[in-house]
Design a protein around this ligand. Structure first.
Ligand SMILES: Cc1cc2nc3c(=O)[nH]c(=O)nc-3n(C[C@H](O)[C@H](O)[C@H](O)COP(=O)(O)OP(=O)(O)OC[C@H]3O[C@@H](n4cnc5c(N)ncnc54)[C@H](O)[C@@H]3O)c2cc1C
Length: 380
């Protein structure tokens, strides 16, 4: 569909990413998926395209400007490889880099941000705990002030990139009940009292490690408190909105991959004396898939435009997220149906995408929580 927001700069950013994904990611995506990891060099190669530098000042290796469309283009193009874990392995940092920029003290920023932006080091966001991910206000991990330090005890789980990241933005309770009792801390993997284990054998996101982090009397310098005590978590709410934009755009990239591959298959597969593409039922499936892709794309573009104007349309982002992940579920299913048995075999993009449907519907705010939040934002 024609995009009224396209500019020369965005088009060349997309072209560069698209070429990169076709030559440097697609040929290896299956192997990386099966191996359960991506080579670290990929972090640095992707970083060289500037994608982690959006919204980051040049002194920290960033681009010195932000553009929501370019954020979305990055997530969409990288997702076209079909292996959600490749994108996830790279993107742990994109949900932690903003809090580090905005809330970490200047010593920490000067020491770590450039390495994160350039892909030399990894960073992750640690919010979810065994006790639950949706109800963040129930967070159990505690941080108790002790002289010049905070002492952290507790754990985080489902942390993307957590086995390889050097730096973590961790939520911990410093005060009473609720979100206002939660603070954020900058934690380093080599701090005594920090340990981690891998959550293996996931349904999808194979190429990305997912960790449980343990904090056992972990002493964090008081200077590593991010933002005000009790206010850090509330200060990163916008971060979740941008994460959701990334998940919407990533889902869009996967839907386009499904449509492309199912059309290519239907154009060459013969059944009952004619190409599959000539059967009306298949044509209708393609129309339905294509309509959902257009709707998501238009919704996403509108959100990006609003965000670029300086507003954060929270309700609409929530609505777009669950609308998109439901669309992804539909498109992946229809594409698999068009492929028939061939789609069920490992190694094609549609099979890969089908494995990634659920994590998109759960991660970064589940479909149920998105609906709840949207309706609350509507004042109801
Ligand atoms: C592969 C993967 C990677 C992840 N990466 C990270 C990461 O890097 N950092 C991080 O902090 N977290 C991460 N997460 C965690 C993710 O954010 C949570 O899984 C998500 O927020 C849901 O939390 P939960 O799994 O604990 O489910 P729960 O909160 O226990 O909810 C279970 C189910 O109940 C539903 N539900 C909950 N409350 C309600 C309600 N009030 N009404 C109706 N339904 C409700 C939920 O929608 C969900 O379907 C990751 C998760 C996955 C699967």
């Amino acid at each position: 569909m024609r995009n009224p927001f396209e500019t020369d700069e965005r088009r060349s950013f997309r072209d560069a990413l698209s070429r990169f994904v076709a030559s440097e990611v697609m040929p290896h995506a299956d192997d990386w998926d099966e191996a359960g990891e991506i080579p670290w060099a990929l972090h640095e190669k992707v970083a060289a395209l500037g994608v982690f530098g959006l919204g980051i000042p040049e002194e920290y290796g960033g681009l010195g400007f932000d553009d929501c469309f370019m954020r979305a283009i990055y997530h969409e193009e990288i997702a076209r490889c079909g292996a959600g874990g490749v994108a996830a392995a790279l993107n742990g940092r994109s949900i932690s880099i903003d809090p580090i920029l905005k809330l970490a003290n200047s010593d920490i920023r000067d020491r770590v941000l450039r390495d994160i932006t350039m892909g030399r080091k990894g960073s992750s966001l640690g919010v979810t705990e065994h006790s639950g991910g949706s109800d963040v206000a129930q967070m159990q991990t505690r941080a108790v002030r002790d002289g010049d330090h905070y002492v952290l005890n507790g754990s985080k789980t489902f942390i993307t990139g957590g086995m390889k990241s050097d730096y973590f933005v961790v939520g911990a309770r410093t005060g009473g009940k609720g979100l206002r009792g939660i603070s954020l801390f900058f934690v380093e993997a080599d701090m005594p009292g920090f340990s981690r284990t891998n959550l293996d054998r996931k349904m999808g996101w194979w190429a990305s490690d997912t960790a449980t982090l343990m904090f056992d009397d972990l002493r964090v310098p008081a200077a590593n408190l991010m933002g005000e005590e009790g206010a850090g978590f509330l200060a990163i709410m916008n971060n979740f909105n941008l994460e959701r934009i990334g998940l919407i755009a990533g889902s869009l990239g996967m839907m386009k991959a499904c449509l492309e591959d199912s059309i290519a298959w239907a154009e060459q597969r013969q059944t009952f004396g004619q190409k599959l593409i000539k059967h009306q039922v298949i044509r209708h499936k393609i129309a339905d898939m294509s309509a959902r892709i257009d709707a998501v794309e238009a919704f996403l573009n509108q959100l990006c435009w609003i965000i670029n104007q300086g507003d954060m349309p929270v309700a609409e982002i929530c609505k777009a997220k669950f609308f998109t992940t439901k669309s992804l579920e539909f498109v992946a299913s229809e594409a698999m149906q068009i492929m028939g048995g061939a789609g069920y075999l490992r190694g094609n993009r549609i099979e890969k995408v089908y494995r990634e449907v659920k994590v998109m519907a759960i991660g970064g705010g589940s479909e149920e929580i998105m609906r709840d939040l949207a309706v609350r934002q509507m004042g109801l």
